[in-house]
Design a protein around this ligand. Structure first.
Ligand code: HEM
Length: 492
């Protein structure tokens, strides 16, 4: 039908400004259940109008595969940033918001090849050990009090430390890390409050002038804390002729993300260098992208290990098989590859409790046909991550937590063969899929495995009698536990 091939995907009729109000007032989880009911009514590709852009949601994994993998280049763009995000992203000069083009490619390649390359990731092992010791010491001193420990703040801090050390060099001390954390937290906490500024900037610049000022103040504070750190790396680097030779001469010199950003030249902008403000933006993207996501996943997984002691026991037994009886020692990174059940626990955690229930908004550069619908270039496209991983056609009892799915005899290929990038078929997509897929997925899995292994190796995690483990969700920056995990921990 010619008619249907020029149509937007179906969706509820709406008066734009009302949907926008609803969008702002409802919690994202309410939106998600609303979307589920729309999908039941209108099918797997649905249009909503938010602001003045048609927003399209895709809930079906094979359509997602068609869009993100088979037509990857068409669906790899991002929509223009709304006013507030434009400021936070230095006018879309970071990886997650840059439009699909040379700047995005440069920044993404820099992260992938300079920082996330396995040999470079290895060079951060001292940082990981340092942070693990901080975390374990905090837990050991807590366990002496014999009261339940609420873990999320500890997990969050540990992940944040790790990324700060990768970002600014591993010579920072805890007080400096706290300072960086404070300015970032201020920005994240205020997101909801500032969201309204995105929709009616002209109006809100007058009506909500104080709110705009508060927002600028938070951004300035962030720059005040981060720019001196950038300056310090710049000075340190000026003394060297060649960083690689320096790495050889100074045994403990570790290349940081900032170092690599200082070297970049922007191909589209007369090969200029990044400004300090842009570097602040890109560093803060790095810290934000990897902290809440990973610590949320860690909390969900530990919650399931507390709730299902038999799974925890099986995991401990697997480690014992590799480590022998040497309790007290840590599980080393080299050992992680010998622990398939550990990997299965992590994958199952990411499937059942993906930290983000949506990817970041995508866009197409040209009107594009998908499933006989037109995806318009002035629109936004999103994918329902959680739905994809809960498809009963792929997963038996999709809402159950069963790492055995990923082991021999389970419904999936074994962990070693499981393709989290979904290149042939999308069965879950906690990291997205295709060209915009999370570049940090390998690092995230390493961090999860390393911490889960050591947390379980060092302590037995037990449910708090009478409290249980409540797996209800709450949407914040990521989808977190509504009742944060509390557990009793006993040194093994
Ligand atoms: C469990 C942890 C993590 C999860 C679940 C996660 C998930 C995601 C998702 C769903 C996206 C959006 C994909 C899309 O728009 O199609 C994304 C993008 C991104 N993530 Fe992650 N992520 C995690 C950890 C990390 C880490 C550790 C880093 C940094 C090293 C990172 C850096 C990024 C960046 C830079 C992007 C933007 C990619 C682009 O637009 O090209 N993430 N992530």
């Amino acid at each position: 039908h010619f008619q249907s091939s020029t149509n937007l995907p179906p969706g509820p009729p709406s008066i734009p400004i009302i949907t926008t109000f609803l969008w702002l007032r409802q919690s994202p989880l309410q939106i998600e259940s609303l979307l589920r009911s729309f999908a039941a009514k209108y099918g797997p590709v649905v249009t909503l109008r938010i602001g003045n852009r048609p927003t399209i949601f895709i809930s079906d994994r094979s359509i997602a595969h068609k869009a993100l993998l088979q037509n990857g280049a068409l669906f790899a763009d991002r929509p223009p940033a709304p006013p507030m995000s434009k400021i936070i992203s230095s006018n879309q000069h970071n990886i997650s918001s840059a439009s699909y083009g040379p700047l995005w490619r440069l920044l993404r390649r820099n992260l992938t090849f300079q920082i996330l390359h396995p040999s470079r990731v290895k060079s951060y092992n001292r940082a990981r050990k340092w942070v693990l010791d901080i975390l374990l010491n905090r837990l050991v001193s807590h366990s002496k009090s014999e009261t339940p420990v609420t873990v999320i703040d500890h997990f969050h801090y540990a992940m944040f430390c790790l990324l700060v050390l990768m970002c600014f060099g591993d010579k920072l001390e805890e007080p400096q890390i706290h300072e960086i954390e404070n300015v970032h937290r201020a920005m994240l906490l205020s997101f909801r409050r500032f969201n309204v500024l995105n929709f009616w900037p002209k109006l809100t610049k007058i009506l909500l002038r104080k709110r705009w000022e508060a927002f600028f103040e938070i951004r300035r504070n962030q720059e005040k804390v981060i720019i001196p750190l950038i300056e310090a790396r710049r000075k340190a680097n000026q003394n060297r002729v060649n960083r690689e030779s320096r790495a050889e001469t100074e045994e403990d010199f570790v290349v940081s993300y900032v170092d690599t950003l200082l070297d970049l030249e922007l191909p589209d902008e007369d090969n200029r260098k990044l400004t300090d403000e842009e570097i602040v933006t890109i560093c803060s993207e790095f810290l934000n992208a990897g902290t809440d996501t990973t610590s949320t996943a860690l909390q969900w997984i530990m919650a399931n290990l507390v709730k299902y002691p038999e799974i925890q026991h099986k995991l401990f037994a697997e480690m014992k098989g590799v480590m022998g009886d040497g309790t007290g020692e840590e599980v080393k990174e080299e050992d992680l590859g010998k622990l398939p059940y550990l990997r299965a626990v992590v994958l199952e955690g990411l499937r059942r409790h993906p930290p983000g229930h949506f990817v970041l908004p995508h866009a197409v550069k040209e009107d594009t046909v998908l499933e006989n619908y037109v995806i318009p270039k002035n629109g936004t496209v999103n994918f329902m991550v959680a739905e994809m991983g809960w498809d009963p056609e792929v997963w038996e009892e999709p809402m159950a937590f069963k790492p055995e799915r990923f082991m021999k005899g389970g419904e999936e290929e074994e962990v070693a063969g499981f393709d989290i990038t979904g290149s042939k078929e999308i069965k879950m997509m906690p990291f997205g899929a295709g060209r915009r897929m999370c570049p940090g997925f390998g690092l995230a899995i390493l961090h999860l495995e390393y911490f889960i292994a050591n947390l379980v190796w060092r302590f037995e995690w037990k449910v708090v009698e009478g409290d249980g483990v409540d797996l209800s969700e709450k949407a914040e920056f990521t989808v977190v536990m509504d009742k944060p995990l509390k557990a009793n921990i006993h040194p093994r």
